[in-house]
Ligand binder design. Structure first.
Ligand SMILES: C[S@@+](CC[C@H](N)C(=O)[O-])C[C@H]1O[C@@H](n2cnc3c(N)ncnc32)[C@H](O)[C@@H]1O
Length: 203
């Protein structure tokens, strides 16, 4: 149990050898959720997009693939995640993909920078989620889209016991939080096994 808990707690902030293994694993195992979640947004050519909590950088690739001449930014609190995401996107790094270390709490981007902001399997770890949602709104253009994807929605799930510092929000609650933050056209969608995507548009 100790080793398993240490491994999975690396989801929250990948570090060291176990963190690197976890990032590789997540790039692969989050593909079905991410591809489904992204299919719910009509991503346009030429968009400027941000993936918060970008982990090992696979979502950055997936975003770029869906937007001809698009530009993708990634940010993650973990140095290990940033290193992996940069390596995975090495061919387009600092041309079409820009990655830096930082937190959802204080995004180092100008107001109204992005057409789309994504957050895949990461809001569980953001401190003070309502404040982070205001940060997302600040960096989104008016009419810009925000997409949250989660696969842990049960408040009392085995995951929240296994991963220290994790809060699981039911999709209904995340939608209500987006409403409270001032997002419009908010919706949530579920898909088996336990996937949820929550969408909002910046007013
Ligand atoms: C479960 S992993 C998901 C990674 C990636 N999105 C994926 O789908 O594979 C969660 C990621 O969120 C990052 N993270 C946690 N708290 C964060 C915060 N406050 N701001 C930015 N990133 C954060 C972690 O470092 C980790 O890389």
């Amino acid at each position: 149990m100790g080793l398993l808990k240490t491994f999975f707690t690396n989801c929250a902030h990948p570090q060291g050898r176990m963190g690197r293994a976890m990032l590789k694993f997540m790039n692969w195992c989050h593909a079905p959720l991410t591809n489904w979640g992204l299919s719910l947004v009509e991503i346009q050519d030429g968009w400027t997009m941000l993936d918060i909590g970008c982990g090992g950088g696979a979502t950055l690739q997936r975003l770029l693939k869906r937007s001809k001449n698009g530009t993708v930014y990634g940010i993650d609190i973990s140095e290990e995640s940033v290193a992996k995401a940069r390596a995975v996107n090495a061919d387009v790094l600092n041309k079409q993909v820009f990655i830096r270390q930082g937190s959802a709490e204080k995004l180092p981007y100008k107001n109204e920078s992005f057409d789309l902001v994504t957050a895949v399997e990461t809001v569980y770890f953001w401190p003070n989620l309502p404040n982070c949602l205001q940060e997302v709104r600040r960096v989104l253009k008016p009419g810009g889209h925000f997409v949250i994807m989660v696969e842990v929605a049960d408040e009392d799930s085995k995951w929240t016991r296994l991963v220290d510092g994790m809060t699981a929000y039911p999709p209904e609650q995340l939608k209500a939080m987006l409403d409270d933050a001032g997002f419009i056209q908010t919706t949530f969608h579920r898909k088996k096994p336990s996937y949820a995507t929550i969408l909002g548009v910046n007013a």
